[in-house]
Design a protein around this ligand. Structure first.
Ligand code: GDP
Ligand code: MN
Length: 384
């Protein structure tokens, strides 16, 4: 789950990490009065679950309260399209109005989990700011990688090394160990998969300040983070993915037109591969899970059928814990509920497969059965 910048900065502030003074505004007039509060000048920042805002017009300096009002008005009335969003962009429902920072130096800092090393890692670069992706692509040696032993935590010698890599001096260098270890505490204590500060700045008077903030929380840890759950903003999420998440269905929306219903993540991945190999493109990844009920299967199929780009459906069920008859009943229920006529290719194996096939065959749905995955792929190709 992603947090907004303003939410991440509130968490930073609680851990004593310096952030600019700011106020969240949902209307242009709130942005105007916030700017008055900051002495008539402020930076207006679109609050969306996507980076790359600066280059896309989502971060603007306002030199007067009226300027802030029109800038906020423009941002709030549009969806922001950045290089990290789809072409439809994401809605801007709030802007963060912040006091202007006096930037002497922009640096990059991130904490994430290195899956190969199986430990957290702090990534830092003295060349931070809006071009960090380019730095990573063209001069990766400018990004320093500091693995952290999860038992020991971030050690003082590591903080000193990072301060040296960042070229910090005097006030900023002495503030660094405190700020870095506070960021590490944020990362660990909130089950984050990412804490990113780009840019982390040194101000004209030598202070270290988090000018931007991005926190992603591990979805699998949300059950024990009730305070985090309240920070969820589903307006920023893909509608179908949000629906699926609420139903505890693993679902990722993709670009193609073949809706895929599968049980098991590995089988779902294989289904995507086979679909693509057959020259068709999957509309989604979907793992309905092992112990799914008729209702849950019906909800999953309902999500697939409500996706406007879906033109054909591929079912690939290996009946183990999920019995084939349950899957079949769920499919029929969803087709009846929606009145859909989309062609459906079904490959079923395992527990109660005969019952499952009978239920589908007797349902009157436009079903084609396939025995093997390659037959299923061919059939889905023909259904296109
Ligand atoms: P992002 O593009 O979505 O990552 O948004 P950021 O919050 O990182 O802002 C992008 C850029 O805007 C930063 O790298 C800064 O150069 C600039 N910026 C942000 N806030 C201020 C500010 O208060 N003063 C000035 N001068 N520049 C700012
Ligand atoms: Mn940034």
């Amino acid at each position: 789950m992603k947090l907004h910048e303003y939410q991440s900065k509130e968490i930073f502030a609680r851990y004593g990490i310096p952030v600019p003074q700011g106020r969240v505004a949902g209307t242009a007039s709130e942005a105007k009065s916030a700017t008055e509060g900051f002495g008539g000048r402020a930076v207006i920042k679109a609050q969306v679950h996507a980076g790359g805002r600066g280059k896309a017009g989502g971060v603007k300096v306002a030199l007067s309260p009226d300027d802030a009002e029109t800038t906020a008005q423009d941002m709030l009335s549009t969806s922001l399209v950045t290089n990290q969003t789809g072409p439809e962009g994401v809605p801007v429902n709030q802007v963060l109005v912040e006091e202007l920072a006096d930037i002497a130096k922009e640096m990059y800092l991130a904490l994430t989990v290195d899956r190969v090393e199986r430990r957290p890692v702090m990534l830092v670069s003295a060349s931070g700011g809006m071009d960090i992706e380019e730095v990573a692509a063209t001069s990766p040696e400018l990004i320093h990688n500091e693995p952290i032993d999860p038992v020991l935590g971030l050690m003082p010698f590591q903080s000193r090394r990072i301060a040296r890599v960042l070229g910090l001096e005097s006030t900023a260098a002495s503030a660094a160990p405190g700020v870095l270890s506070a960021l590490y505490q944020v990362f660990v204590e909130n089950d984050c998969t990412l804490v990113e500060v780009n840019p982390l700045i040194v101000t004209g008077d030598g202070q270290l300040v988090a000018l931007d903030a991005k926190i992603n929380v591990d979805d699998d840890a949300l059950f024990r983070r009730s305070a985090m759950q309240e920070l969820r903003d589903i307006t920023q999420e893909d509608e179908l993915e949000a629906q699926a998440a609420d139903l505890d269905i693993a679902y990722v929306n993709l670009d193609g037109d073949v809706g895929c219903l599968v049980n098991g993540a590995g089988l779902a991945m294989a289904t995507l591969d086979v679909t693509s190999a057959a020259g068709a493109a999957p509309a989604n990844f979907l793992d309905v899970g092992g112990g799914a009920s008729v209702d849950k299967v019906a909800s999953a199929v309902g999500i697939i059928l409500s996706d406007a780009k879906v033109r054909r459906v591929l079912v690939n069920v290996f009946g183990g814990i999920l019995r084939c008859d349950i899957a079949a009943e769920g499919i029929v229920q969803a087709y009846r509920n929606t009145g859909s006529q989309l062609p459906i290719v079904v490959r079923m194996l395992g527990t109660n497969v005969d019952d499952g096939k009978r239920i589908l065959a007797e349902s009157g749905l436009p079903v084609v059965f396939a025995e093997t995955l390659s037959e299923a792929a061919e059939a889905i190709g023909r259904a296109g």
